[in-house]
Design a protein around this ligand. Structure first.
Ligand code: AOF
Ligand code: ZN
Length: 365
């Protein structure tokens, strides 16, 4: 019950902690909740610090429930372990260890050294899942990519004419804005930017955060008049190649767009792009296609998670844009399979979520 409460608080902060994990903490003493807190913003207090401050003197002899191993290192804030020791808590229940190489078990060891009873693993899977982006970024310095698309039952994302308004229903479309709030950046291909002229901002009925907008554009075809360029809500990053037109580059830069070179070939080197975005501390990306970019990202094993909104419609058309456009494999046994598939009904659509398994691809990361 207490760990669940800590997880619920952490879940609500998803999207607002930048490259930091979401963490919740509940301090319980004598059968009462004495303090609770969550990590809300990078650079500000960790969950334990807020919860212990609320508990005050009641932290002495308490049990601290925390969704992530208390940190043992000096980051932008001091170590939570020392704070827990100073507060004289007698027991700490941790959902999962912190994969940050600076912590990774040291937090638990430090608490035990001081005679504090520590248990690890309660609702650990729930906590890990909540921080899947953090878990990847902190160990690999690469963004966690969640691909989302809305498609018909026959796998199409638009009609033969290109008309795509709308594939999925209003409930699914609202959920997409929650996903935008929860990711640090959103990425599309230039073809989609030209066809749909989207703004790529977060539009929810409550105040929310807007993702950085990333456009993959090898030939710099993005217009400076595009709505996402004109709209200054958040940064715009264009990924291109070294040989791209210098005049086009200068024009986009004059409009506040950051242009990044990703390779010397004809097309953006997507692996290099992920490394560069990681260096810019972009820990999570929502990939919103279209089909060509989705296919290219999938082919090289760069998609970590797939969320498909499947609308109960059939649109047909051999040339209608599809959710994933790529060369494809020769045998069904080579197919990329999704593991841990879950499904949910959203309005009249079906929402499928899974994790692509790239075991047949050569050295995917
Ligand atoms: C905790 N409780 O609530 C969080 C933790 O720069 P800092 O000081 O904010 O440290 C960031 C690191 O601390 C982060 O990478 C992760 O390892 C851990 N986050 N730890 O005990 C919290 N947010
Ligand atoms: Zn901490």
């Amino acid at each position: 019950m207490y760990m669940k409460l800590a997880l619920d608080m952490a879940a609500k902060a998803k999207g607002q902690t930048g490259i930091n994990p979401v963490v919740g903490c509940v301090v319980v003493n004598g059968g009462r909740i004495a303090g609770l807190g969550a990590h809300l913003k990078r650079g500000e207090g960790h969950a334990e610090v807020h919860a212990l401050a609320m508990a005050g003197e009641n932290a002495e002899g308490s049990t601290v429930y925390v969704t992530l191993e208390p940190c043992s290192h000096h980051g932008r804030t001091p170590p939570c372990c020392e704070r827990i020791i100073e507060a004289k808590a007698s027991r700490v229940v941790v959902a999962c260890l912190d994969p940050n190489p600076l912590v990774a078990g040291r937090g638990v060891a430090r608490l035990r050294e001081e005679g504090i009873a520590v248990e690890v693993g309660l609702l650990g899977e729930e906590s890990r899942r909540m921080n899947e982006a953090f878990n990847k970024f902190i160990t690999k310095r690469l963004p966690y990519v969640t691909m989302k698309t809305a498609m018909t039952l026959d796998g199409k994302i638009a009609a033969r004419t290109g008309d795509s308004r709308y594939v999925s229903g209003p409930e699914s479309r609202a959920l997409v804005h929650t996903l935008r709030h929860q990711n640090m950046a959103i990425m599309i291909g230039v073809q989609t930017a030209i066809a749909d002229d989207p703004e790529l901002t977060t539009r929810l009925s409550v105040p929310a955060l807007h993702p950085i907008r990333i456009v993959v554009d090898s030939r710099l075809r993005l217009s400076a008049k595009a709505r996402l360029v004109k709209d200054r809500t958040s940064r715009v990053i264009v990924l291109t190649v070294e040989g791209a037109d210098t005049g086009r580059r200068a024009e986009l830069e004059a409009h506040g767009v950051e242009v990044l070179n990703c390779g010397s070939g004809d097309r953006v080197d997507l692996r290099m792009a992920m490394h560069k975005l990681g260096e810019l501390e972009i820990a999570s990306i929502l990939l919103e296609g279209g089909g060509v970019l989705n296919g290219s990202m999938l082919e090289v094993g760069l998609i970590d998670k797939i969320i498909l909104f499947v609308a109960p419609k059939l649109i047909g058309g051999a040339s209608s844009p599809e959710a994933f456009t790529f060369g494809g494999f020769e045998k069904m046994s080579e197919a990329i399979e999704l593991s841990e598939l879950t499904f949910e009904r959203i309005g009249s659509d079906l929402c499928l979520t899974g994790y692509p398994d790239y075991k047949h691809l050569p050295e995917a990361d």
